[in-house]
Design a protein around this ligand. Structure first.
Ligand code: TMP
Length: 210
């Protein structure tokens, strides 16, 4: 019974990177590819993905707050997202593609803001137990190049407004996370043109037979 349930569980794939790394269009392309190969796919995002978590996202991106409040809201949104959307989908065999997950918290709140990593680890295990993505695509780009891409986009939110030094720290946070979770992390060179990035992503799927 247990083995059969495990065998039908969906894949959990997450997408990470600093703002302006350009991951969104590649998530849609991956969803189309996986659907074409017969999988059912849920595309979702963090913070967000449920009505409650989307409301918390609105506050997180727009309302000034202290660092601990920010961390608690991020994990509150994640808890709702996990219990209401991600876990049920994985259990029924749906592949979940999630734009950002807990690596974002370690990179932004941990490395970027300097929030205590030990507390983040504790919240991580409280909120998600031992759930980790099967694969994390890290869209890595120099903060200066990402800032250039963002400068032509819509008006910036509370995170996008932060300076390049902040994004250097966030990038370093992702580097550390990639090193300590090497089995699931794959670095994508997101500084290249769109087609080259798409082909790197396609190669990762191909290598796994997905
Ligand atoms: P998005 O623009 O990629 O949708 O992400 C929203 C912002 O939220 C982005 O600037 C990163 C930030 N964020 C955190 O700071 N911590 C987190 O845990 C998550 C999921 C996102």
């Amino acid at each position: 019974m247990h083995a059969a349930e495990a065998a039908t569980r969906g894949l959990f794939i997450t997408f990470e990177g600093i703002d302006g790394a350009g991951k969104s269009s590649h998530i849609d392309a991956m969803a189309a590819h996986l659907r074409a190969s017969g999988r059912s796919v849920l595309v979702t995002r963090e913070p967000g993905g449920t009505p409650l978590a989307e409301r918390l996202r609105g506050e997180l991106l727009n309302t000034p707050m202290d660092e601990l409040t920010e961390v608690l809201l991020v994990f509150a949104a994640r808890r709702d997202h996990l219990t209401q959307a991600i876990e049920p989908a994985l259990s029924r065999g749906t592949t979940v593609l999630c734009d950002r997950f807990t690596d974002s918290t370690f990179a932004y709140q941990g490395a970027g803001r300097g929030f205590d990593a030990g507390v983040l680890q504790q919240l991580e295990s409280w909120v998600q137990h031992d759930l980790q993505p099967d694969l994390t695509l890290w869209f890595d780009i120099r903060p200066e190049q990402a800032a250039q891409r963002l400068s032509t986009a819509r008006s910036p939110d509370r995170f996008e407004q932060l300076d390049t030094a902040f994004f250097h720290r966030v990038r370093h946070g992702y580097e550390q996370r990639a090193r300590s979770h090497a089995r699931r992390f794959v670095r994508i060179d997101a500084g290249l043109d769109r087609e080259s990035v798409a082909s790197q992503v396609a190669d990762v799927l191909k290598a796994r037979g997905w």
